[in-house]
Design a protein around this ligand. Sequence first.
Ligand SMILES: Nc1ncnc2c1ncn2[C@@H]1O[C@H](COP(=O)(O)OP(=O)(O)OP(=O)(O)O)[C@@H](O)[C@H]1O
Ligand SMILES: [Mg+2]
Length: 448
Amino acid sequence: MSCFFNFKDKLRLTRGPEVWRKSNGLSSERRDKSSRSAPIGESPRTKSSTSSANSTRTVSEIYNERARNLTVFSFSKLRHATDNFSRALKIGEGGFGSIYRGTITCSDGNGEGQVEVAVKVLKRDSSQGHKQWVAEIQFLGVLEHPNLVKLIGYCGEDTERGMERLLVYELMPNKSLEDHLFNRAYPTLSWQARLEILLGAARGLAYLHEGLEVQVIHRDFKSSNVLLDENFKPKLSDFGLAREGPAPDRTHVTTKVVGTHGYAAPDYVETGHLTTKSDVWSFGVVLYEALAGRPSLNQKLPKSEQKILEWVKQFPASSKKFSTIIDPRLENQFSVGAAREVARLADRCLARRAKSRPKMSEVVEKLQEIIQASSEVTEAEPSPPSPERKDNTIDPEKDSNTGPGKSESWKRRMAQLEKLAEHVEGDRARKFMTRQRANVQLKEHVSV
Ligand SMILES: Nc1ncnc2c1ncn2[C@@H]1O[C@H](COP(=O)(O)OP(=O)(O)OP(=O)(O)O)[C@@H](O)[C@H]1O
Ligand SMILES: [Mg+2]
């Protein structure tokens, strides 16, 4: 889904890209920390921000002090790494540019090694792309958390075709939460896996909002920006629209509205007043996406179902019809009680008044409780039918999938996986199948 942009935000560079590039000679990759030569700009705060003068340090100040080592790559190295940006290696496309899988040769004291990376090529000669590129480097140069994607390095180089701006990230082999929730080419993401991914994503946001000396507001939290590693551990990506939050004595930052339709908080869209609670709203939308297996906006559906938030309102968490909104691909292999709790949490995140929304640390706690309660119910099997089970009946046939009488759905899923694995070679295919099989097994075993 593409972003909507309305950039009045000023991310002014203290040195323009030209000066920066010349002073750094990007002919070969190297670490930028020693030279402190990365594209340091003014803080991503706006002039019109209501943050106070005696506020804490800005992200760019922190970046100057303790930026992680980022590698500055030459354009030719990245072209080589991606086989000249081969279409066969293209793994994604967003509003700012295309993403390619690539392999980089690195050397350390023990010799040479190959690292798989994701290379984002920003659209050329776009001022929005430039701002995004600078912000991404500044934020990801400073932020460090297991639930945030790692930026390995970047490239900014003037070529005969214009200014090329690229970002090099760790490769997230399982793509995004969006891919797994909505793309039917992937096996169904189990209930348990969904909860764990949501919890990890919530931890990432809690770190941004509450775990740093400055508050960071992501501003573009959505399922396509929750990437999944080889173990389906989630990591937040795309910090190009991120902003510093208000100073401690201020309530909000005033900015022009940017973000993605369907995820942005209405109060932010209406007033331009940005707080961490804008991200909390977006998280609430993603909670419903994970429950329903439907994107926040889908124009292919009947009108009354196109906007997920309007549609789910017809089936409140406490109503009898609540199960209507649950992703049918879960095939009843989830706890309705837990699903209701997730919906209640989503409703709190989606409170019209920003102040009434929970902090992300509270969201993390609540999700932990829900996961704990779900697993206790699972461990306590066989359990007597609970009133919740009325609308979540377990099909005994679906449960008998471990022995020779594996369920039809299991067989279907494995066949689907074998097909997917045909595109993956050798050792990677074996690993892929082992991982996906485990995933399907897990899903098949989740019970109420
Ligand atoms: N580090 C990565 N590793 C593997 N795949 C990635 C990586 N980063 C992005 N992708 C893939 O590329 C897709 C597109 O990402 P991108 O951030 O460009 O656009 P988007 O998030 O879909 O939309 P927008 O441009 O509005 O943010 C992602 O959904 C994901 O599948
Ligand atoms: Mg993205």
